[in-house]
Structure formats: structure tokens, C-alpha cells
Design a protein around this ligand. Structure first.
Ligand code: UDX
Length: 435
């Protein structure tokens, strides 16, 4: 099939390359010239495992192209819209400027029978409004939310755990059938394919992210209780996680969630619920947000405590900058935030990360970045793990770290280190919600 993908960020670039990899003819369109140039040259503009390969093979096959010219969308059977919906500057709501601009630009190029498939995360009700604008062209607007996780985006796009398509009353069945053909490899594997109305599809996405955020904040709230009662939240998570109704995943207590999705999505959900007169229904999301942000304070507090009450003029090495491992994304990164707070308290902060240094430096040029892990640890009075890359969690030997560092204080902001091994090597170990 011929597909266009409007917006070539984390979502769109992966979607375009993934769709080419399963046999479609795809044009990726973005207003950002440098992004398009980089993609056209076969360079993934961000770190995402597997993207480089499918990008190169797609370009080589001739089935994948990128352009800044929206007219290139003309002739595609399906137009995916995957532009960003960031938090507005002066509030909690989602900024729909890019979605509206993408639809405006696309309208003159739509043909009767085309399908416009929204993938961006939007406030419920957006799709119905956009559908009214698309309808006069004879095209059909559907909403096809994306559940990809950064670091697993290629796999999640080609082999998702479910597909959801929200369709309008008129022409919905035909449009759903077209999307089944687009996702032919997943459909052949009998991946659950749910056809809903537009509002449900929009809500599925925000509900899923709200649930995940709530699960993380739940265990972090338990960590807070563990801290004042002497309990160990990691054992607690293991024990409750054995109940299949609860499940162990996303019960990782630590410095909490960040990234380009969960924080802004729960805030946009609160803002939308308020507009709909139902703010009380998701009032708990404010608490989820507050618990999440408190954990960053706690991590900083542990470093201060470990260093005897002050970090002023102390060397603190921060292991990680990305909001999670296998990503170079520092948007709303709790890791980077912890580093900035320590810097604000007068510590000499050195940050290292296998993938995110460049992005972190752009955002916080005042901090000291060191590429090489051991070099970063050398001379540290304390180290704090904030992004659980294997380089730090599994491959960093505590005795080796002790030879490099000056002090023996380690704060485990992700509860990812082997506490016993670090203690045995002479370190004073502080976990999150652990004695
Ligand atoms: C999330 C959703 O998982 C995905 O379905 C959606 O499409 C986009 O948002 P992503 O932002 O890539 O994906 O990251 P995710 O793996 O969900 O992690 C989010 C944050 O939660 C990270 O900062 C991570 O470190 C943190 N986290 C995750 C925890 O603190 N504890 C956990 O147990 C799990």
C-alpha cells in the first residue's frame, strides 16, 4: 500500500521505517529540514535500537523516502498523523497546534476514499472535531493510538500487543479493513485488533498511560511508607507482584517516571477531564504526579545524607541522564532533574550516560558531562544511579568503582544495584524505600 506519515519524531520516524519494512511504500513528511535530511541520509535522528537497520534497508529498497513537502502525501491510501502534542507552556493541557497544522496542510491533498489515521495522543473529543474537517474531502478520519515504548519502539510497532482503531459511524468498517491490510503482519499473527468509536480510541491511550503512571506512583508511595517503617519496598513489590491480578511489572520503585509521554499525558488528561466537568474522576492523577515528583527530592536527600548533611563542593557522579535505559531521550527526565538539583545545592556534578549526553548538554550546558563511565566515577565523593543502563546496573563492579572513587557512598535511585555486593565492597548503600 502507499502510506504517508506526517511527523517524523520518535513516533513517526519509527512508524515510517517499520511500515516500509513490512512491504509498504512510505513517504515520511516533516517540517524540520534537518530531521528530513538526516533521515534521507540514512541516519536515525535519535537513539532507538533497530531503527538504524530498518531505516537503511527501507531507503535501499526505494520504498521509503522523506520530504518536507506535504504535497508528497498525495496519492497515499493512508495518511498517518504522528506529530507531537506537548504540554502547553502556561497550563496542563495538550498543545494541539501541530495536529491542527498537519491536518490543515494535508486537506488539499486528500482524495475521496483516503484514510487519515491519527496516531498522536490527543484529548478525547479531538478526533470528532478533526473528522468534521476531513469529511468534506471524501476521506475518512480514524484514530489509531500508538502504545510504543521508547527503546522497544521498532518491536512495538511491527509486533504490537494490540491494535486499536477508532472509527466514525459512516465508512468505519471500510476504514478498519484498510488498517487491517496496513498491519497485515500483526493481523496474520492474530494480534488483538479492536475496532471502537473515535472517543474510546482516544481514551484508551490516555487511560493506559494513566494506569501505568498510577502503578509506578503506587509503589513509590509504598516506598515512602517503607522508609518510615523499616520495610523493603523491593521485597514488597516481589510479594504483591506474584498475585497475577497485580503483576510485578511497573512496580519498580525509584526516582519515578519521566519522558515524553507519561508526565504530559496524565496532566493533559486532568485538564481535559476538568473541561468535561469531571475533574474529580481523575483527581487522583494529581496525587500520582505529586508522589512522582517527591521521589526526586528523596534521591537528592539521600545523597545529602550520605555526604554528612551537605553536598556543597563535593564531587557527585550521576550515572545516567536519559529518562530510562535504551533511550537518548531527556524530556522530563527524572535522572537529569536530580543532577540539576544537586548542582543547585553546590555539588560538583559529573554526569555520564551511554546515549543521552548530547541531548542533556543541549538542555543543561552548565553541567559537566563525561562520556566514559570510569572516568566519570574517578574522584567521586558519592555516586548516584538514576538511569538503570546495564553498564551501571550489571557491569559496574563495586570493587572496581571503589578503586576509582574517593568516597564510598552510593545512592541507588532505581533499586537496580546488588546492595549486598556493594556493601561487601565497602560502600554505604542507600536504596529507595529500602532499609
Ligand atoms: C510509555 C508507555 O509505556 C507507552 O505504552 C506509551 O506509548 C508511551 O509512554 P515510555 O515513555 O517509552 O512509554 O516509557 P516507559 O517504559 O513506560 O517508562 C516510563 C517511565 O517510567 C520511565 O522514566 C521509567 O524509568 C519509569 N518506570 C517504569 C519506573 O519508574 N518504574 C517502573 O517500574 C517502570
Amino acid at each position: 500500500m502507499r502510506l504517508s506519515v506526517i511527523g517524523c519524531g520518535y513516533l513517526g520516524a519509527v512508524h515510517a521505517a517499520a511500515m516500509a519494512s513490512i512491504g509498504h511504500d512510505v513517504v515520511g513528511i516533516d517540517v524540520d529540514k534537518s530531521k528530513v535530511a538526516s533521515l534521507t541520509a540514512g541516519r536515525a535522528p535519535f537513539f532507538e535500537p533497530g531503527l538504524q537497520q530498518i531505516l537503511e534497508s527501507g531507503l535501499a529498497s526505494g520504498r521509503l523516502t522523506f520530504t518536507t513537502d506535504i504535497a508528497a502525501a498525495h496519492g497515499a491510501d493512508v495518511h498517518f498523523v504522528g506529530v507531537g502534542t506537548p504540554q502547553v507552556r502556561d497550563g496542563y493541557a495538550a498543545d494541539l497546534t501541530y495536529v491542527n497544522a498537519a491536518i490543515d496542510a494535508l486537506l488539499p491533498h486528500l482524495r475521496p476514499g483516503d484514510v487519515v489515521a491519527g496516531k498522536s495522543t490527543v484529548p478525547v473529543g479531538t478526533a470528532a472535531a478533526l473528522a468534521e474537517r476531513v469529511e468534506p474531502t471524501g476521506a475518512t478520519l480514524v484514530w489509531n493510538p500508538e502504545f510504543l515504548r521508547e527503546g522497544w519502539a521498532v518491536k512495538d510497532t511491527i509486533d504490537p500487543d494490540r491494535l486499536v482503531v477508532g472509527v466514525p459511524v459512516d465508512g468505519g468498517e471500510r476504514a478498519a479493513q484498510i488498517l487491517r491490510e496496513v498491519y497485515h503482519t500483526a493481523v496474520a499473527k492474530e494480534t488483538p485488533f479492536l475496532v471502537t468509536d473515535l472517543a474510546t480510541a482516544e481514551l484508551v491511550k490516555v487511560a493506559a498511560n494513566a494506569f501505568l503512571a498510577t502503578k509506578i506512583s503506587f509503589i513509590n508511595a509504598m516506598a515512602e511508607i517503607a522508609e518510615v517503617s523499616g520495610a523493603d519496598v523491593t521485597q514488597l513489590a516481589d510479594a504483591i507482584g506474584h498475585d497475577v491480578r497485580i503483576g510485578r511489572r511497573f512496580l519498580g520503585a525509584g526516582i519515578g517516571f519521566g519522558g515524553g509521554c507519561l508526565p504530559k499525558d496524565i496532566r493533559a488528561f486532568s485538564a481535559r477531564a476538568e473541561e468535561l466537568g469531571r475533574s474529580e474522576s481523575v483527581a487522583f492523577l494529581r496525587e500520582v504526579d505529586a508522589i512522582n515528583l517527591r521521589r526526586r527530592d528523596r534521591a537528592v536527600q539521600l545523597v545529602v545524607e550520605g555526604l554528612g548533611g551537605s553536598v556543597f563542593k563535593k564531587n557527585v557522579t550521576v550515572l545516567g541522564a536519559a529518562f530510562k535505559p535504551h533511550s537518548d531521550d531527556v524530556r522530563d527526565s527524572p535522572a537529569l532533574d536530580v543532577a540539576v538539583r544537586l548542582h543547585g545545592l553546590g555539588a560538583w556534578v559529573t554526569i555520564t550516560d551511554p546515549a543521552a549526553i548530547e541531548n542533556a548538554r543541549r538542555l543543561h550546558p552548565q553541567l559537566n558531562y563525561v562520556e566514559e563511565r570510569d572516568e566519570a566515577i574517578r574522584g567521586a565523593d558519592a555516586i548516584i544511579l538514576v538511569t538503570e543502563w546495564d553498564e551501571y546496573r550489571r557491569e559496574l563492579d563495586p570493587s572496581h568503582a571503589a578503586e576509582l572513587a574517593t568516597g564510598r557512598v552510593v545512592v541507588d535511585g532505581r533499586n537496580g544495584l546488588d546492595a549486598a555486593a556493594w556493601r561487601a565492597a565497602g560502600w554505604t548503600y542507600y536504596g529507595m524505600g529500602r532499609p
